[in-house]
Design a binder for this molecule. Sequence first.
Ligand SMILES: NC(=O)c1ccc[n+]([C@@H]2O[C@H](COP(=O)([O-])OP(=O)(O)OC[C@H]3O[C@@H](n4cnc5c(N)ncnc54)[C@H](O)[C@@H]3O)[C@@H](O)[C@H]2O)c1
Length: 349
Amino acid sequence: MIHEIYRNKKVFITGHTGFKGSWLAMWLHSLGAEVVGYALKPDELSHFNLLKLPIKNYFNDINDEKALALAIKESKPDIVFHLAAQALVRDSYDDPITTYNTNVLGSMKVYLAALQAEVKSLVSITTDKVYENHEWIWGYRENDQLGGHDPYSSSKACVELMTDSFRKSFLADHKMLLATARAGNVIGGGDWARDRLIPDLVRNAASGDVTPIRNPKSIRPWQHVLEPINGYLMLGEQLLLGNKQFATSFNFGPETHDVASVEEMGVLAKQNWDKVEMILGKEPNIKHEAGLLKLDITKAREILGWKPLWPSKKATATTVNWYKNYYLNSQITSQENLQEFIALLQKNV
Ligand SMILES: NC(=O)c1ccc[n+]([C@@H]2O[C@H](COP(=O)([O-])OP(=O)(O)OC[C@H]3O[C@@H](n4cnc5c(N)ncnc54)[C@H](O)[C@@H]3O)[C@@H](O)[C@H]2O)c1
């Protein structure tokens, strides 16, 4: 079985009530892992609430050091996946202090609590936005310069720097293997975050509204949420096996040629749901966001054996159909998406 190693393992996920965390929790639960989640309570409408997974939940702040340390200690996990974050670029302009507090200091608190609880493996999720963006045509490699214009990107670059220091300062004896994973713009069912393209398009399609598209020409490495999650699980497996050379950073993104502009993604979405309507470049007060951003995935491909499976067209169709099923038929098709993805994964091993 794919990811067999997780069967009966205790897995602690921070941010499990969020978009990516809920998909990770669902996949791990289906593998027979004992999943424990630690996050803030989700909004009423959330993928997490719709899934109703029978897992243990701690609803608390990662900045609450005592509560976090106790939760990890009493859970005794084999591995921690750290996804909790203030994850929105535009919110980071409105509240940079919370963004840095949660993303940088919160991450350090997770690492320290895991170390104290003698956890052996930790995968920390950052982003493709950790790189100093030169707006160039090449994909960023893991050893490229870190940076970040907006507070969110910068905070995640800080997490990378902090993680590197943490490894050197506290993990030189490899008692905990700590890796970071950098993935790009992720799409999939069950994301209702504001200011993300597909959620905005489908929410407005459902209510009969038109979506104003900011930065229509921006190029992003879009991929289905199951792609990086498959990468996180593969990375976690290597850490669980004690393979020290994997305690480093990995990019997860689509094939270099499979990138699309925001506008092209909108057109793809409309091809799958005719109710999707957009108007280009009409939003006032556009805040800075990176224009051209590509990831080089050679390291994940060559060293981890990971590769993307669904091209952006398939990822978009699957995502838009998820929302269509939800809004028109009240159906949640996450499990079907997962089974279809796993079937393809099995053919590719
Ligand atoms: N969605 C994307 O396209 C994308 C792309 C690159 C990286 N990421 C990263 O992946 C991770 C998950 O992103 P997402 O899209 O699922 O975000 P999300 O906003 O849907 O979920 C964030 C999760 O973090 C939790 N959280 C936030 N602040 C917290 C706090 N102070 N204490 C405890 N929990 C807290 C929330 O409760 C939620 O469970 C984040 O680290 C994000 O930066 C996401």
